[in-house]
Design a protein around this ligand. Structure first.
Ligand SMILES: Cc1ncc(COP(=O)(O)O)c(C=O)c1O
Length: 457
C-alpha cells in the first residue's frame, strides 16, 4: 500500500481553545505552505507523510507553530521527548557545554562521556557493565548484530553465525538493521539477502493464533536451522508497529532457549526504554534480562545519542581503535542525556509514566469499547498504546480510516504522527511521560471527536 498523504489543501476547521490546545487557523496554515513546498522540493519524497504542521517551538507536552496554534503532543516527536520537550534542566546542561565551549572531542577522554557511560552501566542489569555510545538507533542495532555474530564466531567458529529476528520487526533503515527487520517491502533493495538471517512470527500480534514458543522452534526446524548455530536472537522488546508485547511465558522460554544454545539475546530497546512503558527498560515487564541492549530515541529526550550495553566479555572483543564512531558520545548529547536520565529517575518522571500511563490506558479502553467495530485491538503499556483500526466487523486493517482519524485529531489540536504498522492502520498514542491526567482527558476528548467525525457517533 502506498503512503497516504495529508492534504495540502487548507481546511477551515472549528476553532479549538482548551487549556492544552488552540487551533485558530485553517490547517494546513496557508502561510506555512511555502515552507512545506520548499521541503518537498529539496528533500527526498520519503521525508513526506507526516501531518502538515510546521513546528516552531516545543515545550513540555505542547508543540507550537508560528501562527498561533498549539497542540497537545501525543507523539513525543517520534517517541523521543520522554521527559518533555525543551526541559529547562536539559537546556541548561547542554548550554554549559555549549558555552564552555566543548562541542566535539571524538574519542579523546572527556568527563561528561565518562559520567554518562558510568550512569548507563549502573542502571543496566547486573553484568552489562560496558557501554558503547553511538548516534542513532539504527547504528546501535548494527553494532548489536555485529557483536552477536563476532561472539558466535569466537565461541563456535564459522557456522555459529545465524541471527534470528521477528516478522514485522522494525530495527532501523541501515543494512544490518534492515536485514534483521521483518517487513519484506522495506528490504527489496538488498537483492542478496543474508542466508543466515531468519525471521520467525512475532507472538504479540493479535491476528496470530499460535502464540506458543513451540512455533519458534518449529519454524527454525522448517527453515533447517540448527539451534547451536544461532549466534543471536534480536527482538524489539515490544514490537513498535503494533505496540505488541511478547507473552511473558514466551519471553522466559526464549531466554532459556538462548542460554541452552549459547545464543545472545538482544533486545532492541530503542523505542521502548527510558520509561516509555512505565519501567526504565521494557524487558523488566517480562522479568528477564537480555545479553545486549540497544537504546536510542528517548534516552536523551532530544539530541541524537544511542547506546549499546553488554558485558565486558562481549564488548571487549574488538581491539582499541577498531570499534569506534566519529560522533560517539558527543559532549552536548551526553550532557542532555545525563540531565534527561536524572529527570526520569530522580525527578518523578518514571513514576508518572507508570501511574498516568495506567490512566491513559483505561481512557483508551473506554474509547475502544465505544468504537469496537473499527478499533480491532488496543495494545500497549505505560505511555505507549496502539489503536488498531480495522474495516468494520473484520480484522482487516483500515489504513484510510486510521489516516482520516489522525488528520482530524491533528486538526483538533492533538499532535499524532501518521499511522504505522500493518496496512498503516495503527494509531500510536505516546505522549511525553510528564503528561498529567487532566491533559490526558483533554487529549482523549480530541481523539473521541476525531472518531465521531470520521466514523460516526
Ligand atoms: C525499535 C527501533 N529500533 C531502531 C530504530 C531506528 O532508530 P533510528 O531512526 O534512530 O535509526 C527505531 C526507529 O523508529 C525503532 O523504533
Amino acid at each position: 500500500m502506498g503512503e497516504i498523504l495529508f492534504s495540502m489543501e487548507p481546511e477551515v476547521v472549528d476553532s479549538v481553545e482548551t487549556k492544552f490546545r488552540r487551533i485558530v487557523t485553517p490547517i494546513p496554515v496557508p502561510e506555512s505552505l511555502p515552507t512545506i513546498e520548499e521541503l518537498q522540493q529539496y528533500e527526498p519524497l520519503s521525508m513526506g507523510g507526516q501531518p502538515l504542521v510546521v513546528w516552531d517551538r516545543a515545550e513540555g507536552i505542547n508543540v507550537y507553530d508560528p501562527y498561533g496554534n498549539k497542540w497537545l503532543d501525543m507523539s513525543s516527536g517520534v517517541l523521543v521527548a520522554n521527559v518533555g520537550h525543551g526541559r529547562q534542566e536539559v537546556q541548561d546542561a547542554m548550554m554549559e557545554l555549549i558555552r564552555r565551549p566543548l562541542l566535539h572531542n571524538y574519542l579523546f577522554p572527556c568527563e561528561i562521556r565518562a559520567k554518562l557511560v558510568k550512569k548507563l552501566a549502573e542502571i543496566s542489569p547486573p553484568g552489562l557493565d560496558k557501554v558503547f555510545l553511538l548516534t542513532t538507533g539504527g547504528e546501535a542495532v548494527e553494532c548489536a548484530v555485529k557483536l552477536a555474530r563476532t561472539h558466535g564466531l569466537r565461541k563456535g567458529g564459522n557456522k555459529k553465525n545465524v541471527i534470528i529476528s521477528f516478522e514485522n520487526a522494525f530495527h532501523g533503515r541501515t543494512l544490518a538493521a534492515q536485514l534483521v527487520g521483518g517487513i519484506p517491502g522495506l528490504k527489496d533493495w538488498i537483492m542478496n539477502p543474508d542466508p543466515d538471517i531468519h525471521q520467525v512470527p512475532f507472538p504479540g500480534d493479535f491476528r496470530l493464533e499460535d502464540k506458543s514458543f513451540s512455533l519458534f522452534e518449529m519454524i527454525l526446524k522448517e527453515k533447517g536451522v540448527n539451534p547451536d548455530d544461532v549466534a543471536g536472537v534480536i527482538s524489539e522488546t515490544y514490537q513498535g508497529s503494533g505496540a505488541w508485547f511478547l507473552p511473558d511465558e514466551y519471553a522466559h522460554k526464549l531466554r532459556k532457549w538462548c542460554d541452552a544454545h549459547g545464543a545472545l539475546l538482544i533486545f532492541d530497546e530503542v523505542q521502548s526504554s527510558f520509561g516509555r512503558t512505565g519501567k526504565l527498560f521494557a524487558f523488566e515487564h517480562y522479568g528477564i534480562d537480555p545479553d545486549i541492549i540497544a537504546c536510542g530515541k528517548g534516552i536523551s529526550s532530544c539530541l541524537p545519542l544511542s547506546a549499546v550495553m553488554a558485558s565486558p566479555e562481549i564488548m571487549d572483543m574488538y581491539e582499541p581503535g577498531s570499534m569506534t564512531s566519529t560522533h560517539t558520545g558527543n559532549p552536548v548529547c551526553c550532557a542532555a542525556t545525563l540531565a534527561s536520565i536524572s529527570l526520569l529517575l530522580d525527578g518523578g518522571v518514571l513514576e508518572n509514566a507508570a501511574s498516568v500511563g495506567k490512566f491513559l490506558g483505561e481512557e483508551l479502553k473506554k474509547l475502544k469499547d465505544e468504537y469496537s467495530g473499527i478499533i480491532g485491538a488496543l495494545h500497549g503499556r505505560g505511555m505507549l498504546y496502539g489503536l488498531h483500526i480495522v474495516k468494520k466487523g473484520s480484522i482487516d486493517p483500515d489504513g484510510e480510516m486510521a489516516h482520516r482519524i489522525t488528520d482530524r485529531a491533528v486538526k483538533r489540536g492533538l499532535m499524532l504522527f501518521a499511522p504505522v504498522g500493518s496496512g498503516g492502520a495503527t494509531i500510536k498514542i505516546c505522549p511525553p511521560l510528564i503528561i498529567d491526567e487532566e491533559a490526558v482527558e483533554d487529549g482523549i476528548t480530541a481523539l473521541r471527536e476525531a472518531f465521531e467525525a470520521e466514523a460516526g457517533a
